[in-house]
Design a protein around this ligand. Structure first.
Ligand SMILES: *[C@@H]1O[C@H](CO)[C@@H](O)[C@H](O)[C@H]1NC(C)=O
Ligand SMILES: *[C@@H]1O[C@H](CO)[C@@H](O)[C@H](O)[C@H]1NC(C)=O
Ligand SMILES: *[C@@H]1O[C@H](CO)[C@@H](O)[C@H](O)[C@H]1NC(C)=O
Length: 419
């Protein structure tokens, strides 16, 4: 278990973990806070919750109750708040295909001399309807409040884990405010990663990654590609089936058909990487030469796709064909943002004559892959923000095939028992 997982486990954040033992210093005793006292911290928590959300999707505070205790120079508020969110009708934004309306949130807000800092944010949908009678709402919140609040040194430990993250991933923030906001996002993400971990049915490990200080919305906007779910492209014709006989496992990486892992940077260009990976594999298998090919050429010169804002592999294949081929990574290198097209047909090292769409049957895909080479595919990237290693196997309702949003290169398959 990673040290921070252990920490969360000790803090009682793991689902099913027992609460921390109730030994507390005298000044750590929490007291019920009066409503007016909660206004400042709860407005701040709400503001943080709504940060980055578009108008019309922001939540409103319906009820709040909380405890306060002294923490160093300031006060630490443990809030239970009921938020109301407008129904989500954009499936690229909603993670689950349900409309979330009422949320129950736990916030930890540190107030030091009037300056607020969000240390914890944990929200989940509730079934109970919020009524206008504030007290009725509070009574449904009350049982949760009787749990032990987080130990006082939670923020100190979280701050030190965050500091380590900042060093490891070489992060810099423009202002102190930004750094504090990133820490609250990070802290919230650790809890999210923990929940995804608890629900995973494979061997995957989720935890701190270089994306750990981004909100879910930021991660999706910067790296993912909502265009993928829009259509199966009509331009491509279906491949002629080659049957469904497949070896029990296969890995093109060990057979020289795959270049090293590339980094798309802060750009939603997964579609281009997925396609070049496929063409690299095809060229290797047909011509015996593994060349690293240019994604930047596709970002700049494929005018149907949208560079860092996403694209469709089917368009990219057509663009490669129409342009007259792909240059290599060395000749047309990656910048991760849209530039003017500087493709030169004379420099193209690889061409394609056509592309085909494959069956969605996994057995047939396996047979095709083993016989013909790595394949460009699209997945639902649920949990990938915190994915570190292992076989990811999310619960199906969390990972709907209708919400594919990330193009990747499929290089092999196998049986869990082999690994
Ligand atoms: C809510 O409950 C408190 C005490 O529990 C009481 O003082 C207050 O008047 C109640 N408010 C409403 C709107 O019923
Ligand atoms: C860290 O970031 C700075 C500024 O962006 C850069 O100059 C430096 O090379 C980076 N160091 C590492 C180890 O990535
Ligand atoms: C495939 O495309 C290349 C380059 O565009 C061309 O030279 C070649 O003749 C084509 N092959 C076939 C079989 O169409």
């Amino acid at each position: 278990m990673a040290p921070w997982l252990l920490l969360l486990s000790l803090l009682g954040l793991l689902p099913g973990a027992s609460p921390a033992p109730p030994h507390r210093a005298a000044d750590a005793r929490a007291r019920e806070a009066a409503y007016p006292e909660l206004l400042g911290p709860s407005r701040f928590a709400l503001e943080m919750y709504n940060r980055g959300r578009a108008a019309g999707t922001r939540a409103a505070l319906r009820a709040v109750r909380g405890r306060v205790r002294r923490a160093g120079e300031g006060s630490l508020y443990s809030l239970k708040a009921t938020l109301e969110e407008p129904p989500c009708n954009d499936p690229t934004v909603c993670q689950l295909p349900v409309s979330k309306k009422t949320l129950l949130c736990s916030f930890e807000v540190l107030d030091e001399l009037g300056k607020h800092m969000l240390l914890r944010r944990d929200c989940g949908p509730v079934d109970t309807k919020v009524t206008d009678d504030r007290n009725e709402t509070l009574s449904s919140v009350l049982p949760l409040l009787n749990k032990d609040p987080l130990p006082q040194d939670f923020s100190v430990k979280m701050a030190s884990i965050f500091k380590e993250f900042v060093t490891t991933y070489n992060r810099t923030y423009g202002t102190q405010e930004e750094a504090q906001w990133r820490m609250s996002v990070f802290s919230n993400n650790m809890v999210r990663a923990q929940k995804i971990q608890a629900l995973d049915r494979g061997t995957a490990q989720y935890g701190i990654t270089k994306f750990s200080d981004l909100t879910e919305e930021e991660f999706r906007t910067i790296y993912l590609n909502p265009l993928l779910k829009e259509n199966r492209n009509k331009m491509m014709h279906l491949a002629k089936s080659i049957g469904d006989h497949a070896p029990p496992e296969w890995d093109w990486r060990t057979k020289g058909a795959v270049t090293n892992v590339k980094n798309q940077g802060m750009c939603g260009s997964c579609w281009a990487f997925s396609v070049t990976g496929n063409v690299e594999g095809q060229w290797f298998l047909k011509q015996g030469d593994l060349l690293s090919l240019s994604e930047q050429e596709l970002l700049d010169c494929d005018k149907v796709d949208k560079a860092c804002l996403g694209g469709l592999p089917s368009n990219a294949y057509l663009a490669i064909k129409n342009l007259g081929g792909l240059e290599t990574e060395d000749d047309y290198s990656y910048s991760g943002h849209l530039q003017t097209c500087s493709f030169s047909a004379k420099k193209a090292k690889v061409y394609i004559n056509d592309s085909v769409e494959l069956s969605q049957n996994e057995q047939k895909l396996a047979a095709w892959l083993a016989k013909k080479g790595p394949i460009s595919v699209a997945i639902n990237a649920f949990g990938m923000q915190f994915y570190r290693r292992g076989i990811s196997h999310p619960l199906r309702p969390l990972c709907s095939p209708w919400l594919i949003d990330h193009a990747v290169l499929l290089v092999g398959y196998g049986n869990r028992e082999f690994h």
